[in-house]
Design a protein around this ligand. Structure first.
Ligand code: PMP
Length: 427
């Protein structure tokens, strides 16, 4: 049993010694002490179904035994920087990761986070093309360092930093966007940015396949192929940010971008790659990777033995336990059940996403699409009381984000929907 400090004691310490900007979702913040697959446990041993572990990087499940074993064994053997010395784990993982990517995407750079991966991807694009301008999509999230904060396009995540050479394109959002589901119309905005906002040459376009922080927004069909064509004509590279959508989460494909039938020039990843271990990666072609040999690029812990041992185990588990297939089957079922709930409650304006990357947008008026900001907090709190955790996001903070560990079952999906149903019925 847990004998550590109480939630109140931890909260008091956080108030004194941690960032004052830390967010808490719940009226009474949860004190989580144990995790097992799709379940989390608080200090009283109370169990919660985790419908939001995906955001915190959990792909295989909390403390998945095979991943934990790989981490423990490698920690006992050696943990070091692999930049200067040889070690087989980093090479084996790079090879395994490259085998999961299409085309000639086979050179891997390891980092410690998604932010670092995107910073490096944009740097490589600038070096390779000799151009400076980057185009990203409004409502996106790409990180919180200088370059990635510029690429991120939501005021709530941006401080007053210099955004050199960044342009934000109209979001191809089928629910709130100005052109509905017509991807090609939105893509014209990217062409216009190139024509009117740059010299005609750009370094890169970067986008998520499904916006995660932005509230599970899928790109309108046909958007990426048209944008990629414009970008390549302007001499730029296409970067796919797979930090949230990658590693089988979207179910129908291993990578989110595959749904739009495109092959990027650079793919960035983090979160699910390590099942909770700090790890990120940039994968590109040998030709583009050459750009980084002009100077020394050094990252002390990027690709260290312990994290890459975890990554290798994650890939094995995803394959062995057929987790992508599970995300497809159970995710589709869960989406069907949530869509049925939309018929029952006016409050649900939209249900969207694929696999285990699902969004439920709450509105107080379906016509005006007025964000139901207070209602979402209430439902979320009620669901927590019933033992179900889900996330929230979107620019207005009114979208449920349902991104469970990939081992989530049909019974778990039923329980989650029942809890949401009951909370909404009591409003
Ligand atoms: N890209 C996307 C799509 C993300 O969702 C995030 C994190 N929310 C990042 C990049 C940044 O990753 P990290 O927090 O590991 O730096």
């Amino acid at each position: 049993a847990y004998t550590g400090p109480t939630a109140d004691e931890i909260l008091a310490k956080r108030k004194n010694y941690l960032s004052p900007s830390i967010l808490h979702f719940y009226k009474t913040p949860l004190n989580l002490v144990d995790g097992k697959m799709q379940y989390l446990f608080d200090e009283n041993g109370r169990r919660y179904l985790d419908g939001f572990g995906g955001i915190a990087t959990v792909s295989c499940g909390h403390c998945h035994p095979e991943v934990v074993e790989a981490i423990v064994n490698q920690t006992k053997r050696l943990q070091h920087s692999t930049v200067l010395y040889l070690n087989h784990v980093i090479a084996d993982f790079a090879e395994a990761l490259a085998s999961k990517l299409p085309g000639n995407l086979k050179v891997v750079f390891f980092t410690n986070s998604g932010t670092e991966a995107n910073e490096l991807a944009m740097l490589i694009a600038k070096l390779y093309t000799g151009n400076h301008d980057i185009i990203s999509v409004r409502n996106s999230y790409h990180g919180n360092a200088a370059g990635t904060m510029g690429a991120t396009a939501q005021s709530i995540w941006k401080f007053n930093v210099i955004q050199s050479g960044i342009h934000h394109a109209v979001n191809p959002d089928p629910y709130r966007g100005i052109f509905g589901s017509d991807g090609e119309k939105y893509a014209k905005d990217v062409q216009e940015i190139i024509d009117f906002g740059t010299s005609g040459s750009v370094a890169a376009f970067i986008s998520e396949a499904i916006q995660g922080v932005g509230g599970i927004v899928e790109m309108a069909p046909g958007y990426l192929p048209a944008v990629y064509e414009s970008i390549r004509k302007a001499g730029g590279l296409c970067i796919a940010d797979e930090v949230q959508a990658g590693f089988g989460r979207t179910g129908n494909h291993f990578w989110g971008f595959e749904d739009q039938g495109v092959v990027p020039d650079i793919v960035t990843m983090a979160k699910g790659i390590g099942n909770g271990i700090p790890l990120g990666a940039v994968v590109t072609t040998p030709e583009i990777a050459e750009a980084l040999t002009r100077r020394s690029y050094f990252n002390t812990f990027g690709g260290n033995p312990v994290c890459t041992a975890a990554g290798l185990a994650v890939l094995r588990v995803i394959e062995k336990a057929k987790l992508q297939e599970n995300a497809f089957v159970v995710g589709s079922y869960l989406k069907e059940r949530l869509t049925a709930l939309q018929d029952k409650y006016e409050l649900i304006g939209d249900v969207r996403g694929r696999g285990f990357m699902l969004g439920v947008e709450l509105v107080t008026d379906r016509q005006l699409k007025k964000p139901a900001k207070a209602e979402i907090l209430h439902v979320m709190d009620q669901m927590k009381e019933m033992g179900v955790l889900i996330g929230k996001g979107g620019f207005y903070g009114n979208v449920f984000r349902i991104t469970p560990p990939l081992c989530f079952t049909k019974e778990d999906a039923d329980f989650l929907v029942s809890a949401m149903d009951l909370s909404m019925s009591k409003m």
